[in-house]
Design a protein around this ligand. Structure first.
Ligand SMILES: [Zn+2]
Length: 85
């Protein structure tokens, strides 16, 4: 019953043109700083960390707690869905 880490399904969109990039299962509330690769439910990109429509780079490859992740570049994405508010 006690669920410490709440999960939210959010949509990550390109801040430049509004194209959807990921459907992502976010762990916990708060600002989106990174996307764990294994939390990405649906990937709409060409897996090059760029918007498929306007080619803006929105993330960099990183690793957190030994899990591959995409570190979001600040201001390059818009998040829709549950985001902790
Ligand atoms: Zn775009």
């Amino acid at each position: 019953m006690t669920k410490k880490n709440k999960e939210f399904v959010i949509k990550v969109l390109c801040a430049n043109c509004g194209t959807i990039l990921y459907k992502y299962k976010k762990e916990g509330a708060g600002f989106l700083v990174k996307c764990y690769v294994d939390g990405i439910l649906k990937d709409y990109t060409r897996k090059d960390l760029k918007c498929p429509k306007c080619n803006q780079q929105f993330a960099r490859l990183a690793r957190y707690h030994n899990r591959p992740a995409h570190k979001i570049i600040h201001g390059k994405v818009i998040v829709k869905g549950h985001c902790g508010q």
